[in-house]
Design a protein around this ligand. Sequence first.
Ligand SMILES: NC(=O)c1ccc[n+]([C@@H]2O[C@H](COP(=O)([O-])OP(=O)(O)OC[C@H]3O[C@@H](n4cnc5c(N)ncnc54)[C@H](OP(=O)(O)O)[C@@H]3O)[C@@H](O)[C@H]2O)c1
Length: 424
Amino acid sequence: MRDRPYDVVLYGATGFTGKQAAQYIARRVPPGALRWAIAGRDRAKLKAVKTALGAAAENVEAHVADSRDHAAVATLAAQTRVLLNTAGPFARYGDPIVAACVHARTHYVDISGETPWIRSLIDRYHAQAAAAGTRIIPGCGFDSVPSDLGALLVVRHLQATLGAPCRQVTAYFQLAGGFNGGTLASVFNLYESGQAAQLQDPFLLTPGIAPSREDNERQQDPVLPFYDAGIGGWVGPFFMGPVNTRVVRRSRALFEQWGESYGPEFRYQEYLKYDPPLAAVKAGAVSACLALFQGLLPLAPTRRLLQALAPPPGSGPAEATLDSGWFRCELIGQTHDGRRVHGLIADQGDPGNRVTVKCLCESALSLALQADELPGGPTRGGLLTPAAGLGEVLAARLRAAGMRIEIGDAALRSASGKRAEIGG
Ligand SMILES: NC(=O)c1ccc[n+]([C@@H]2O[C@H](COP(=O)([O-])OP(=O)(O)OC[C@H]3O[C@@H](n4cnc5c(N)ncnc54)[C@H](OP(=O)(O)O)[C@@H]3O)[C@@H](O)[C@H]2O)c1
């Protein structure tokens, strides 16, 4: 692997997220510390991306490879140690890329939240990638890094400080930001391709594990808002919950398999949290809008209408929104006898862009620059999750990149913090 010409190839570099990822790597990584290249399907667009990077990317090469050109994709995957993919909808463009990475034993990260597609990758490639020690890690964006890493860190802190297994982790999100055209295209594609029915399965990403009836009932996605006495506030369904919860449950299952259990009967759930004034009204209104959106998506005529109104692929929020966005995720871990550990993950910047790009690029850099420190050592592989494949290494990199990640007493002290304290 060390003989390959590149440490990282950024595929899909011409997209709304891909361009930001290229800027992030160019700004963040000192010259000479990483051998990297950009790639995509359009030579002229790639040239424009490279020009925009300026002097910092003087030696960054651009490779043309349409995802439908299997030979070009195979050549690209064999030239790098890590392939970072932002070309989505992933269910539409991602298959040849992942196949090439598994074949070439190239580590892979992306920002897919398309769980039916991720499930199909698990079925096709987990065994082969595990045997070869190749880390294939979808979901390295805002979905699902804060949820997945947060759950892992809270569980491990609880186990270390309280000496007990973890019974459950609950995450409470607050956020502001915008939506990319590419993200909405991926949502529409789920419904057009007939894969949406699978979204309902709470254990979609843990094949081979039969949950108990009680487990299955208790881990269904929430649909109604309610007053959560545990945190003393109103909460409701979080639109990313059906993605993030599946990823956290996969991490739990993988760690269980490796003898590093979260705890027997471990459960994970997440919500949007609403602050006063009018918290109950806000929770009701947002939950109703979400239910309406989810109700309209399966119907072809209303979906076509939503598609016509949505921003097109390639577009996204204005620069001001990218900078002014933010998120905050409070986590509470609990033992069987009710003792608690708190966690807090927060950052400034639009979650779907600034935060996503930071999570994704630091995931790729974890694989490229700190491979020897990753959880499980150099032989661990498979269709992994951010927590199971990158763990503490990613957490440390994100902290160093300004993300606020506090677990234990520090998080408890911050639990009543205000919006102004969010930035890293
Ligand atoms: N996890 C998260 O938090 C998160 C956040 C944001 C986005 N996302 C996901 O990331 C994906 C990209 O989002 P985006 O907003 O960046 O979308 P976008 O701007 O539409 O970018 C899509 C990229 O895919 C490329 N592409 C299209 N067809 C291709 C083909 N046949 N071969 C190779 N490349 C092809 C496009 O190339 P051209 O430029 O040549 O058209 C472009 O580079 C979406 O699936 C979205 O859901 C996830």
